[in-house]
Design a protein. Sequence first.
Length: 288
Amino acid sequence: MEFEQLVKDIEKNQWNVIGLEVYRKGQLLHSYGDTTEHIYDIFSATKSIVSIAVGICYDRGLIDFEKSILEYLPKDKVGRMSQEQKNDFQKLTVYRLLTMSVEGFPFRPEGDSYLDFCLSYKIENPENVGFHYSNVCTYLIGVALTEILGEDLGAFVEREILQPLGIKEFIYDRCPDGYFYGASKMKLSVHDLSKFGILMMNDGVFEGQRIVSPEYVRLATSVQIMNREGGYGFFFWNYREGFSVHGKWGQRVYCLPDKDLMVTHLAHMEEQGNELLKSIEKNVLDLK
């Protein structure tokens, strides 16, 4: 492992890496930059946290992936949908939202009511199954979890996930309807983001405490649908022989269980290519 060479690459190329950590067997080996002092946007990495909340509900028998998402959304909102919209949304199972396999959803919800926007959005050919990345999927799953739990999803995430992981400093946002947004808009430190990778690498256990079952971890981090990036699970991405967490501008957790290696970084690289990843793979993960 040539961590020093990775640091040289970052500084020589002026890659805007805020902080980076390397772990082996769950233990911190190397760190660079600001990993603990401040919290930063993690963008779509937030989706993987929602996935863990889904897993807790799954473990408690509260959610059925094969049921329509309408089964779990607010009944008053569903009741005001047109019959045509109900028929279309009836074809959208929880599983399809978890795997981003609803062709036709817009990239993100909009307007004064995100929920009304989503439920009134016309989907052409709702029966078509294909990978189509959309924040709407995660947002609707978050709303469904709020209804299933009978409590605010943000409060649930704080109590059941963040507290057991020892995460004390964080920010998350809500939609105009007041629901935990879930698709983005969360801030964490690099070190605290790493804890989610450690949790999933350790089959749902963190420092001796089980948070989510190994069965769900396997489902969430396995390829459930193929895409051009190599596959997608339940708000986790396939990466090589493992899995990863992604935010849009360089927020990453790369997990390789077979090697017992993990790399986390927060960056802000709007025009990023793959050069940072190539350096990580060459100098830290020992990948060709």
